[in-house]
Design a protein around this ligand. Structure first.
Ligand SMILES: Nc1ncnc2c1ncn2[C@@H]1O[C@H](COP(=O)(O)OP(=O)(O)OP(=O)(O)O)[C@@H](O)[C@H]1O
Ligand SMILES: [Mg+2]
Length: 269
């Protein structure tokens, strides 16, 4: 396509030129800065499907989601809806079939396996329903492990790990192996390990799902405290509607769609 050049502007008088230059000088003055951070997570057109012997299994199609820094978002939905899969994709543990995920300004789907591992180590703390602590190592060694994995010297890593154990009220359990801890304590150690590298994002997949009601409430309170104290952005998958209601908002994944629950009293499944 061709563009014709704009017609030459008629010569303005000197007074008019001066008026214009004064006006533009005023306009050029810097405006007060409005700090608008981009969303920490920006998902566009996200789809995930599996090819199975019975044909294509579509988990979700064309999901869009923006999560602002500092939010604590709950994701609810029936078993098999794709909640864990969505969390894995957000955290660079799984690849989408289509769409983009920007997480902390990184296009997650474009990362090589090695880059994805470095990205996870730097930006993301994961907590799962089961603690996945290594049984042969002490609580302190387990917490120190992500720091050692990024090249920190082990004795320094253990000092930082000890501080994190204090954050989760377990400073006196550092020498215990996972088998010598209660379920709630194991999950608190897992939280310390998730946060030891100071990530911006906490992804938690049913973090209280394996705990009794009282212990679940305590672990959830700890997540709330850590979220606030460390300026985290958190996404939690949960079947527990009571806990979900304490989040900034609740999203439901159902029939391949993500909807925001306006009536938080609706049952999760
Ligand atoms: N590799 C795969 N091939 C085919 N189907 C798969 C594969 N991995 C997972 N699925 C299917 O994807 C669906 C979603 O699994 P996902 O673990 O994300 O569900 P969920 O919502 O987390 O469920 P739950 O609440 O039980 O943890 C399940 O029905 C599962 O069988
Ligand atoms: Mg799951």
């Amino acid at each position: 396509m061709m563009y014709s050049p704009p017609a030459a502007a008629p010569q303005a008088s000197r007074a008019a030129r001066e008026r214009e230059s004064r006006a533009s000088a005023t306009l050029d003055q810097p405006e007060p800065a409005i700090e608008k951070q981009p969303p920490l997570i920006q998902v566009e057109g996200l789809s995930k499907s599996y090819r199975t012997a019975r044909g294509e299994l579509v988990l979700f199609r064309d999901l869009n989601l923006a999560v602002e820094a500092g939010e604590m978002v709950a994701i609810v939905g029936q078993s098999g809806a794709g909640k864990s899969t969505l969390l894995h994709i957000l955290g660079a543990l799984d690849a989408p079939s289509a769409g983009t995920v920007y997480c902390a300004s990184t296009n997650v789907a474009s990362l090589s396996p090695r880059q994805a591992a470095a990205f996870r180590n730097r930006e993301i703390g994961y907590v799962w329903q089961f603690h996945y602590l290594l049984p042969e190592f002490t609580a302190e060694e387990n917490v120190a492990m992500p720091l050692v994995a990024r090249g920190m010297n082990p004795s320094e890593a253990r000092k930082i790990a000890a501080n994190w154990l204090r954050e989760v009220d377990l400073e006196d359990r550092g020498a215990h192996r996972p088998g010598e801890l209660s379920g709630g304590e194991q999950q608190r150690v897992a939280l310390a390990r998730a946060l030891v590298c100071s990530p911006r994002l906490l992804l938690a997949d049913e973090p209280t799902g394996d705990l009794d009601g009282t212990t679940a409430a305590r672990v959830f309170e700890l997540i709330e405290r850590l979220h606030a104290d460390h300026g985290l952005t958190s996404i939690l998958v949960t079947h527990n509607m009571e806990l979900a209601q304490r989040c900034t908002r609740i999203l439901r994944l159902a029939n391949g769609r993500l909807t925001q629950l306006t009536d938080a009293a609706q049952p999760a499944t």
